[in-house]
Design a protein around this ligand. Structure first.
Ligand code: PMP
Length: 308
């Protein structure tokens, strides 16, 4: 359960956490019409720093664009609000959850006359699939649910409604004793987990599904691709069959909340040795090294929180 901080940013102001309320007839509650982000802020030797804040806020604005939702704050105002919510709550390690949604107005499906409300929450949050998952890995299954088909609900938008699909996937997986489910796309190729992208390693090469496999274009996915290439690994975006995952030397999942999580088994078949593989560990070392200071931040991915 969430450990609430003192303040939240809501519709342009910092207010007490418990005062951020909406009407039950808000459009988003009935129709899933929200767009959101998950952003991490890590404690570094230079103080708390956001990881790829701009890319996350850009993705939020792109998700809103798809739904023709106009966010009533400029990009820079949004960035400033992210800084404020961390500094005002005195957080060091934090997970930020910005959300923009169609609020209370008309009850019809078309939201064009509903106001757009925006909030940014920040709170401490451990690694999504458990801190021990980072070293020990997790057991996953292939979901009986497919990912949304192209031209139905856009997979590239991080929208609230998309997470009905994610809920079905993760609820089924955990009910059957797995930590996460991996969904196939409508063509039967590997897509992604309910909240993570997927990578397969075979013969020292990394493979990950392309954008056309109904994935969310993950920022951690992009980070791992760039780090892996810098480290000399070949990275290929291509469609993969279910058995490619079964026969992988190593596999792992990536996400802002989950970070980099090794996959130990898929459908009760051990992946490689059945524990974290050496390349996965190497990539984790480079990734977490960005925050520890052992990996140079060549891309300017870290942005120190102002006002702390
Ligand atoms: N796919 C889905 C469905 C997700 O919810 C997430 C988490 N945002 C990801 C992939 C990973 O994306 P990112 O690395 O940008 O957090």
């Amino acid at each position: 359960t969430l450990n609430p901080p003192k303040y939240i940013w809501f519709n342009g102001k910092t207010i007490p956490w418990q005062d951020a309320q909406v009407h039950v007839l808000s459009h988003a509650i009935h129709y899933g019409s929200s767009v959101f982000e998950g952003i991490r802020c890590y404690e570094t030797s230079k103080g708390p720093a956001f990881f790829r804040l701009r890319e996350h806020v850009e993705r939020l604005y792109l998700s809103a664009k798809i739904y023709r939702m106009s966010i009533p704050y400029s990009f820079d105002e949004f960035l400033t609000a992210c800084h404020q919510v961390v500094s005002q709550n005195d957080l060091r390690n934090a997970y930020l959850r910005p959300v923009a949604f169609f609020g209370y107005g008309s009850i019809g499906v078309n939201p064009q006359h509903n106001p757009v409300e925006v909030s940014i929450a920040a709170f401490p949050w451990d690694s999504y699939l458990g801190n021990e998952s980072i070293e020990q890995g997790v057991d996953v299954c292939i979901s009986s649910w497919n990912r949304v088909a192209p031209n139905t609900i856009p997979a590239a938008a991080k929208a609230g409604g998309n997470y009905l699909s994610s809920q079905l996937i993760v609820e089924e997986a955990t009910r059957k004793g797995y930590v996460e489910g991996i969904a196939l796309d409508v063509n039967g190729y590997i897509s992604e987990g309910s909240g993570e992208n997927v990578f397969v390693i075979k013969n020292n090469t990394l493979y990950t599904p392309p954008f056309t496999a109904s994935i969310l274009p993950g920022i951690t996915r992009d980070t791992v691709m760039q780090l892996a290439r810098q480290m000399g690994y070949q990275v290929i975006e291509q469609n993969m069959t279910r058995e490619a995952l079964y026969l992988a030397d190593e596999a792992f999942m990536t996400g802002t909340a989950a970070e980099i999580v090794p996959i130990k088994s898929v459908d009760d078949l051990a992946i490689g040795s059945g524990s974290r593989g050496p390349i996965t560990e190497h990539l984790q070392h480079a990734f977490f090294g960005l925050f520890k200071g052992t990996t140079p931040d060549d891309h300017g991915w870290l942005e120190c929180v102002e006002g702390v």
